[in-house]
Design a protein around this ligand. Sequence first.
Ligand code: SF4
Ligand code: MG
Length: 328
Amino acid sequence: NTYVLEVNNLKKYFPIKGGLLKKTVGHVKAVDDISFHVEKNETLSLVGESGCGKSTTGRTILRLYESTSGEVFFNGENIMDIPKGKFRGMRKDIQMIFQDPFSSLNPRMNVKQLLMEPILTHKLVSRKEANDLVVEMIEKVGLSKEQLNRYPHEFSGGQRQRISIARALIVKPKLVILDEAVSALDVSIQSQILNLLIQLQDEFELTYIFISHDLNVVKHVSDRVAVMYLGQMMELAETKDLYENPLHPYTKALLSAIPSLDPDKKKDRIILQGDVPDPSDPPSGCPFRLRCPMAFDRCAEEKPEFLEREKNHWVACHLFDEQEEADA
Ligand code: SF4
Ligand code: MG
């Protein structure tokens, strides 16, 4: 198949320690049995409110956290099973870009050193070739070779994110996980960085997992979008389909909160009651039921399965069972 990544039943539970003996008294189910794939050259976005598990998913794929269970196939290999030492060698193929480039760029290294480091770590090319590669890459992200001797604090937030992008892409990864990569930037800078990411994706044939809480940003970069809530997937669809024809009550509520510029398209805002429940003590049945305006008896008793209800459109909600029964 042409999948770059295939995730099957991935779980990441963090133990909660309590009492005098610091025994495990429970678990935060940060990622609770999710499955999805990412195709070559595509951008799949993971969206949801903070604490929904989208960042933990990215970090678990990269093995910054060890998974609790599940499979993650990358290039046909289950990378959750590979010994740590061997996985380190594969790490160049999956790069991650974070929200705050200030904390991910060593302040004592200049740009040249920052870009040279990953090339030398992975022993990709000779020193001479590395020099050329550094110049080429800094120009590709819209900075100049005159800036190579400068330090991170001498750059603006947007420029620092350009440096992070250059540093991630210089090792020629296949998959890039972008975790709130533009969230800290002003809106005008956001669109510059997003355009750069789209351009570099085409040029280097990259595959992206784009993690964001911002549905406006996601709309412009994604081929498909997955909506997460309390560690689980609520809905997954092609971008246009998700925004024009959302099926899950949670997605509908999230989309109704985005201000529309078109007065004809004014939609009624769906106000959700309450907050996201404590992930160490999620509700029975559907994780969304305490805030769902459509909830009914069965939602408390049974967890809805994540099923393909329309072509390439997956949703976890009992409403669609009722509908199918009515149609039958
Ligand atoms: Fe709402 Fe029930 Fe559907 Fe959950 S399963 S989203 S509570 S209607
Ligand atoms: Mg694309």
